[in-house]
Write a protein that binds this ligand. Structure first.
Ligand code: ADP
Length: 448
C-alpha cells in the first residue's frame, strides 16, 4: 500500500515540477492535477488488464492458461493477481484430485459383479454400472435421470419400491429372461442420506439351479438307498419272526445280499463322482496305454455278459494303433468300462457289441462302444448324462444300474479335455464315443 502512495506522490510531484518549470506558480496546480490524473489513468489500465485476465481465466478455468496469462503487474495489482492465481491453482488441483478419486471409486463399482444403481430422492437413476445395465436392460448413459419405475416394469419390483420397506430383497426376472431361459435377479435397495437409494442386483439363476440340483440329488440318493434298505429290513424281520426252512432262508439271504450289493455299488459310484469333482485336473505326465485298458475292460465285459444273458453277447475289441492317453488310468478305465457295461446290460443276449480305438486324421483319439441294443429315443439324449436320469428304469435296476454311469463318463471326459458323443436311434442300437484332444494322445513307441 505504501508503494501505491509513493507512486501516487511521485506522479503528483513529477506533474507539479513540470508545471512549475513550464508556467511557474500557476503551472504548479495544473501540474499536480495532471500528475494525479496520469496516476489514475495508469492505475485504471492496470485494473482493466487484471479484469481482462480474470475474465479470460474464468472462461478457460485451466491453471496452465492462467500461468501463461499471469500478468506482470506492479504493486498491489500484481500481488492480488498472484494470490488469485495461486488460489485458482490450488482449487483446480483439489478438483482434479477429487475427480480422480471419484473415477477410481466408479471404476471399482463398475468392476463389481453385482449390479449397482444410484437413485436420487425421487427414484431417478443417477448412475449405474454395466452389470446393472445388463440386468435391467438400461442404457447406462441414455437412461440417466429416468425414473426407475418407468424402466423396470416387473410388478414385484414396483410393489417393492412403492412399499419402500427395504428390509429384505426381492427376486424378479431379468431383462434378458425368456420362458426357455429364465434369468432370476435378486434385488435389494439400501437407503442412504435420507432418501437416496443404492440398488444392488445379483444374478441368482445359477445359484437357484444349483440349489434345485442339490435338493434333487439328495432326494434321489435317499430314494435309491431307501428301496434296497426297505427290502433288506423286510427280510430281516421275516427271518426274525418266521421259522423258515433252510432253502427259504438261503433264498432270502441271497436276495438280501443282492440288495446290499446294490447299495454298495451306489455308494461306490457316489464316491467316484465326489472324487472326480473334488480332485485336481489330471495332468499330462501320466500316460496310459490304450491296449492295457482294453484288456482290463474286456475281462469285466465278458464276465458281466455271461451273468446278464444266458447266451452272452458277441463282443469285439479292436485296439487299433498302439497309443497312449495322458490322464489318470483309474478314471479312464472307469469311463470305458461304464460305457461297455451299459452296452452289455442294455443289449439283449446274442446282440453285437463293438469296442474300438481309432486315431482321427487331426491327431485326436477316439474310443467307441457301439451296440445293437434297443437304442434311445432322441428326446432322452440331451439328458442321459444327468445324475439318476434313466430311460429304461426297470432294465437299469434289474441289471444293477445306479443311474450314475454316464454322469461319471461325462465328468471323466471333461476332466481330460475330451468330448462325449452319443448317437442312438430307437431300435437301431447306440454308439457312445469319447474323443480325446490331440495333445493328450500319442502313438506308443515301445510295446507296453
Ligand atoms: P444306469 O446305471 O441306469 O445304466 P447310466 O447313467 O449309465 O445309468 O445310463 C443312463 C441311462 O441311459 C440308462 O438308464 C439307460 O436307460 C440309458 N442307456 C445307457 N447306455 C445305454 C445303451 N447302451 N443302450 C440303451 N440305453 C442306454
Amino acid at each position: 500500500m505504501i508503494r501505491r502512495w509513493i507512486a501516487f506522490l511521485a506522479c503528483g510531484v513529477a506533474g507539479g515540477a513540470a508545471g512549475w518549470w513550464l508556467a511557474s506558480r500557476e503551472g504548479l496546480a495544473w501540474g499536480l492535477l495532471l500528475g494525479a490524473a496520469a496516476w489514475q489513468l495508469i492505475d485504471s489500465w492496470y485494473a482493466r488488464r487484471m479484469l481482462a485476465w480474470l475474465r479470460s481465466e474464468q472462461s478457460n478455468e485451466t491453471p496452465l492458461l492462467m500461468a501463461g496469462a499471469q500478468p506482470s503487474l506492479p504493486g498491489v495489482w500484481g500481488e492480488a493477481a498472484d494470490r488469485i492465481r495461486r488460489l485458482l491453482k490450488n482449487s483446480h488441483q483439489q478438483y482434479s484430485e477429487s475427480q480422480a478419486r471419484l473415477d477410481e471409486f466408479l471404476a471399482a463399482l463398475q468392476a463389481s459383479p453385482s449390479g449397482v444403481v444410484l437413485l436420487d430422492d425421487e427414484g431417478r437413476i443417477e448412475w449405474c454400472n454395466q452389470t446393472a445395465a445388463q440386468h435391467f436392460g438400461f442404457d447406462a448413459r441414455r437412461d440417466l435421470q429416468q425414473h426407475i419405475a418407468n424402466l423396470v416394469r416387473d410388478p414385484v419390483f414396483n410393489a417393492y419400491m412403492t412399499a419402500a420397506s427395504f428390509l429384505h430383497e426381492v427376486v424378479i426376472l431379468g431383462s434378458s429372461s425368456t420362458p426357455a431361459r429364465p434369468v432370476r435377479l435378486s434385488v435389494h435397495v439400501h437407503r442412504y442420506r435420507k432418501d437416496r437409494k443404492l440398488l444392488l442386483s445379483r444374478d441368482i439363476t445359477a445359484l437357484e439351479q444349483a440349489e434345485v440340483m442339490r435338493r434333487d440329488f439328495v432326494a434321489n440318493v435317499s430314494h435309491e438307498i431307501r428301496t434296497p434298505l426297505t427290502v433288506v429290513s423286510g427280510f430281516i424281520e421275516t427271518l426274525q419272526t418266521l421259522p423258515l426252512k433252510k432253502p427259504e432262508r438261503d433264498r432270502y439271504l441271497a436276495l438280501m445280499g443282492l440288495q446290499s450289493q446294490r447299495m454298495q455299488t451306489l455308494v461306490d459310484d457316489l464316491l467316484t463322482l465326489s472324487r472326480l469333482e473334488g480332485s485336481p485336473l489330471p495332468g499330462a505326465h501320466e500316460w496310459t496305454a490304450t491296449a492295457s485298458m482294453f484288456a482290463q475292460c474286456e475281462q469285466e465285459a465278458r464276465a458281466l455278459s455271461s451273468v446278464i444273458a444266458a447266451q452272452g453277447h458277441e463282443l469285439t475289441f479292436e485296439t487299433g494303433p498302439a497309443c497312449e492317453i495322458a490322464g489318470l488310468r483309474r478314471e479312464l478305465c472307469s469311463a470305458l468300462s461304464n460305457l461297455v457295461n451299459n452296452a452289455v446290460r442294455y443289449t439283449p443276449g446274442g446282440g453285437l457289441i463293438e469296442i474300438y480305438w481309432t486315431m482321427l486324421a487331426d491327431g485326436r483319439g477316439m474310443f467307441c462302444v457301439r451296440d445293437s441294443g434297443p437304442g434311445i429315443a432322441a428326446e432322452h439324449l440331451p439328458r442321459l448324462t444327468e445324475r439318476f436320469y434313466r430311460v429304461d428304469r426297470s432294465r437299469s435296476r434289474e441289471t444293477g444300474g445306479t443311474g450314475l454311469g454316464l454322469a461319471i463318463v461325462k465328468h471323466v471326459a471333461q476332466r481330460h479335455g475330451a468330448e462325449l458323443r452319443i448317437e442312438s436311434q430307437l431300435g437301431k442300437g447306440s454308439c457312445f464315443c469319447i474323443i480325446f484332444p490331440a495333445g493328450r494322445v500319442r502313438r506308443q513307441t515301445q510295446p507296453a
